[in-house]
Design a protein around this ligand. Sequence first.
Ligand code: GLU
Length: 501
Amino acid sequence: MQQPSKHGEVRVRFAPSPTGQVHVGNARTALFNWLFARQQGGKFILRIEDTDLDRSEARYETQLMEDVKWLGLDWDEGPDVGGPYPPYRQSDKWQVYRDLAEQLVREDKAYYCFCKQEDLERHRQQALAAHLPVTYPGTCRALAPEEAARRRAAGEPAAIRLKIPDRPIRFHDIVRGWVEFSNEVVSDPIILRSSGVPVYNYVVVVDDAEMKITHVIRGDDHLSNTPKQVALYEAMGWTVPEFAHLSTILGPDKERLSKRHGATSLANFREMGVLPEALMNYMALLGWAPTGGDREIFSPTELVQEFELERVTPSPAVFDFEKLYWINRHYIKAAEPARIAALTLPFYRKALAREELSTEAEAWLGHITAAFSHQVNKLDELPERAKAVLGYDAKAAMELPENAEILKAETTRPVLDAFCAKLAAEAEPIEAARFKAIIKEVQKETGVKGPALFHPIRILLTCAQSGPEFDKLVPLMEEGAKLGLSLSVKQRIEQFRAAFN
Ligand code: GLU
């Protein structure tokens, strides 16, 4: 049963901008919001922040919803499912933002700013040269309201700036405690551009307040935006929510995690055959650890139970790809074989260059997956891992130094000669039990046993010295040959004999 929440009614949101793929940084933000909401019996809201018209694209919105769903997160309110505080897409809400900004001007909490871009830029350069913080010099704050109204009426373009109060701005952050910013570094921010397009720091507050968000959980890259947002809440007379700024995620080289580090988007990980529950498990550990102990494997349900926002650390988290893959291996082994088989099919299709596969072929590939999946970290490794069955290259196998060594041994030729002679007399398909019996007979006849017996036969059959049991391999090869997707035992012998002379 749901425990009563110690945070009161919880409403949290994930507010991505649809400007590209969802990366682990944002995905972790979504996850922590979702875990907190689910655990507190609250609401998890998806809001699309597309005020950056140049960079926002509808296709990214569609993809981000798919990616977040794939991860296993569901939302209670959002652009697709609606909710009590629509719209859930900022570009559907321009008029609201404009009206509220005008209202702030009327209440003398904001003012029109007529400063030209060139003047602001000149001021910025001067501040930078003097190593001073870049702040607004306050030119238009000093304008008499009648003067401003007159210039507006004359059609002069104007932005709207918020008046930052003359005192430090403080807010509470669950991860960092009390945070304070000097009003001087904040200075009067623009909330509505002269083009009529509102800025992020403003719309985010309007939406969070209108959507009754109780906890703003997001990346710490937004920490320096927060005082501006708090000033807005205060100007509007709205309740300031709790904040929780999550630490930066670093790559293995301790630089901020980015595309440079390789796969970093949800789509990348899905395409590699990382399971969503594995990624969720791993991402939960980026900045959070359970009370006591160093347990690392948590199902989504366990995460919901054990997650504690208060235990999230402000220190940066290092993204450890190897650990993610190790966790993924655990989940691959634990998953329903049929699910893993289905998820692996696209990788075989690609490796075999076959768009279409028959039902029999798919079933056969499912058996291959079952035989090899415990050996992989990611599903995309399966075709390569299963090359003992899927591929065959006798020449390459012989050139491998470790194989060459074995093939050179004095006992190898008599073993292989006897083995091949016996198999030639067998009817196809060769049965696993018969195959084993033949090896026994070869052992008796040649007097060779152990690795000296098994290794050459294994190389002949699979091009490698180790791999799954013959019991598993032989039926897979015989069946695969019927489907035209593998070579039979006899075909392998033939190719091997041709190369080994
Ligand atoms: N659209 C912002 C981002 O993607 C959201 C920031 C916030 O959560 O307030 O970074």
